[in-house]
Design a protein around this ligand. Structure first.
Ligand code: ZN
Length: 268
């Protein structure tokens, strides 16, 4: 699946202005906690001073908007009970929630699971693909503990503030974070296969040259020693400029003609 990923950095946000960087060691998944499916609404709302929060991307049903460079330190996790913060380690994105529900004490109220299933399926796929892309880019294993986590898990681990996302929402659709991590891992396997298929003529030529050079470097077998000695003495086979006879490599038609010519000359 192709990701519709565009960039709209929140340059007016204090977090962007602070301009600190991280070496990404994981991805933290959030949800916005408000019934607003349009990522651009958040992009406009957060692109100003005094917002006091900032994430790397907003994931919607049809598009993903990247709002910070992936290696910039975001403001999304707060501080956990261990006094550490996933802000220093994790790339973050907010999943936009569909329209129609409200919140009461951190619980969704009036959320229609069945009606929202198609929305959720699309958004979930976007979240999986984005996380797989980030894990690929930064060499992360989504199945390693603590690498791909949601905000609520971050709180349990002591590296994020006390928020329930995305566990107030995703389990309504039967999705656990363990399932998410598995799906991210599978998506990475898929893209890996795509890249292997991404063969160009140029790449093939490089590989072929390497293969031929390897063949040329192999030692000939003892069984052919008398024949090689004869061919070399008759001048039928001569080495290249470096003195290599390239015995285990292929012969071109040009070389074949030259060998036959030498043979005919040697008989005279
Ligand atoms: Zn959160």
């Amino acid at each position: 699946m192709e990701l519709d990923l565009t960039q709209q950095f929140l340059t007016e946000n204090d977090c962007y202005q602070a301009g600190r960087t991280i070496k990404p060691q994981g991805v933290m998944v959030h949800s916005t906690g408000v019934a607003q499916p349009d990522p651009m609404v958040f992009v406009h709302r957060w692109n100003m001073p005094d917002v006091a929060k900032c994430v790397h991307a907003f994931v919607g049903r049809e598009q993903i908007v990247q709002t910070l460079p992936w290696t910039m330190r975001g403001w999304h996790a707060g501080t956990g009970t261990s006094s550490r913060s996933a802000n220093n380690t994790h790339i973050s994105f907010e999943c936009c929630e569909p329209a129609g529900h409200t919140y009461q004490g951190g619980e969704m109220v009036g959320y229609d699971v069945e009606a929202n299933q198609p929305y959720f399926d699309d958004l979930y796929q976007n979240a999986v693909q984005l996380t797989a892309m980030l894990c690929q880019e930064f060499g992360l294993d989504p199945l390693e503990p603590g690498v791909v986590i949601c905000h609520a898990e971050g709180y349990s681990m002591g590296v994020a503030s006390n928020h329930g996302d995305v566990l107030q929402w995703w389990p309504k659709h039967g999705v656990t974070m363990d399932q998410f991590r598995q799906d991210v891992s599978s998506a990475m396997d898929e893209t890996g296969k795509d890249e292997e298929d991404d063969m160009t003529q140029e790449r093939f030529n490089q590989l072929m040259d390497g293969y031929l050079a390897q063949r040329a470097g192999l030692q000939p077998g003892d069984w052919s020693a008398p024949a090689r000695k004869w061919a070399e003495e008759q001048g039928i086979i001569s080495g290249d400029g470096d003195g290599s006879f390239r015995y285990r490599s292929f012969t071109t038609r040009e070389e074949t003609a030259q060998m036959l010519y030498q043979l005919s000359q040697s008989k005279e």
